[in-house]
Write a protein that binds this ligand. Structure first.
Ligand code: ATP
Ligand code: MG
Length: 270
């Protein structure tokens, strides 16, 4: 998918410096320094247990870091709670298990916990349904606002969850394995939606084991290994074989490579 042109992404939106998170004796995140830039799709790959989901949980304020610093648009911030991450840092997380209410409709789920109120008092169902309808049409999400979420497929739920990020116009949308448990056809819809988010000037962080999916939409790719960022590469001319090599080449030291620097390695693997 990637061309030869240099990747044009924006300024750092969220800078993470020296992040550490331990669970008892296990160091899940071990001195992670990474920028999430304006208007990019940052892919994150790595083996099971590498710390990818924990990293997202720290960025969303779901977990509290044991060490490290966050800078949002250049300003030092505390990411102390999910509400803070959402409202102050404009970050929307789409969880691996898609915590949605199956007995509620699509539009009710979209606004869950953030209902539109009239006069600051009455829940404005008409306004919410109308906004949901418009958004789903714009995003070309193939679901009806009045459908119950319980009756949707995994892929459709994923799209609804992503739509939530757009509804509230968040800057950064974090996705954890959005294409893991859905068919290839539905995965294509999700990838198209990720591209459209980037087209709308959003930033997406995509954690995935599906390396082809990461290659198809990411501008940069970070490789996590045992709680660290072992590699950070521009997605220019990379192949699945290159990513595989990066994931399993046992490099102790941090290494930042570009697509160009990787080219000889790709030839080697061919
Ligand atoms: N709540 C928790 N309590 C204890 N240990 C945890 C907790 N959450 C994560 N860990 C540990 O932290 C490490 C990183 O886990 P994490 O879930 O972030 O990995 P991951 O890269 O998302 O893996 P996967 O690809 O399997 O989703 C693992 O060793 C895991 O067992
Ligand atoms: Mg995970």
């Amino acid at each position: 998918m990637s061309g030869g042109a240099p990747v044009q992404t924006g300024q750092p939106l969220l800078m993470v410096r020296g992040l550490v998170k331990t669970f008892g004796g296990v160091t899940a995140i071990d001195d992670v320094t990474l920028d999430i830039r304006e208007h990019e799709v940052l892919g994150i790959i790595g083996d099971n247990g590498a710390g990818k989901s924990t990293f997202l949980a720290l960025v969303t304020g779901y977990y509290h870091a044991d060490g490290g610093t966050f800078f949002h648009r250049g300003r030092r911030v505390e990411v102390s709670s999910p509400a803070k991450s959402r409202h102050s840092l404009s970050i929307e997380m789409v969880y691996q298990d898609l915590a949605m209410a199956p007995d509620l409709t699509v539009w009710e789920n979209l606004f869950l916990g953030e209902e539109v109120r009239r006069l600051g008092l009455f829940v404005d169902r008409v306004a919410m349904r109308r906004r949901a309808t418009t958004l789903l049409e714009q995003m070309q999400v193939p679901v009806k606002p009045n459908e119950l979420v319980g009756s949707l497929s995994g892929g459709q739920r994923q799209l609804v969850a992503i739509a939530r990020g757009l509804l509230f116009d968040r800057d950064i949308i974090l996705l954890d394995e959005p294409t893991a448990s859905i068919s290839a056809a539905k995965a294509a819809d999700v990838l198209a939606t990720i591209r459209s988010l980037e087209g709308r000037g959003k930033t997406v962080v995509l954690v995935s084991h599906r390396l082809e999916d990461v290659l198809a939409v990411s501008s940069r790719i970070a490789v996590f290994s045992r709680g660290r960022v072992s590699h950070l590469v521009d997605n220019t001319g990379l192949t699945v074989a290159d990513l595989f090599h990066l994931m399993y080449s046992d490099s102790a030291e941090e290494k930042v490579a570009t697509g160009a620097e990787l080219a000889p390695m790709a030839a080697e693997g061919a």
